[in-house]
Design a protein around this ligand. Structure first.
Ligand SMILES: [Cu+2]
Length: 164
């Protein structure tokens, strides 16, 4: 059998192309079994909810949120317990905050509302529970949307911090 340089180069090129196309795995002989990577997963809906209280005004009808500043951590589940002990209706309005959380539900009376919400209106002597998981960090303004209430002091802020 004749073996010249051209045949040799052709044979080498054929092997190179085969390797490149994955037909021949050069590591085949020393390949070790693939170890699956375990990725930690969290079901946010099943985390213990952290209860946080907020009062919209008080029984003296002072126009303020109590407290008026909140700090939440992204990725944790919170239950915001809202109450309005005053004789006026008030809003918990923070649309940018509402866009920065995933809302699991709002429970008011015997009704549970699932899905996104934008703001809550609480009539006199009512309560509501808003369960959510913050997802986007930032500081968001909070106010009561009733005319004149923001100007009278019914405002605050909500900060979402990245998870530690
Ligand atoms: Cu108000």
């Amino acid at each position: 059998m004749r073996c010249n340089l051209r045949d040799l180069m052709t044979a080498i090129c054929t092997i190179c192309i085969a390797v490149c196309l994955g037909v021949i795995n050069p590591n085949l002989a020393i390949a070790s079994p693939i170890t699956p990577i375990k990725i930690a997963s969290i079901d946010f809906t099943k985390q213990q909810a952290i209860a946080v209280q907020v009062s919209l005004s008080n029984d003296s009808n002072e126009l303020k949120f109590i407290p008026d500043h909140f700090i939440f951590e992204s990725g944790k589940r919170y239950k915001l317990l809202l109450s309005n002990p005053s004789s006026l209706k008030h809003y918990f309005t923070s649309k940018d905050f509402a866009d920065a959380v995933w809302t699991q539900n709002v429970v008011a009376g015997n009704v549970e509302i699932k899905g996104n919400i934008r703001e809550l209106e609480l009539r006199p002597n009512t309560t509501a529970e808003w369960t959510f998981v913050p997802i986007k960090s930032g500081t968001y303004e909070l106010h009561c949307a009733i005319a004149g209430h923001t100007e009278a002091g019914m405002r605050g802020s909500i900060t979402i911090q990245p998870s530690a």
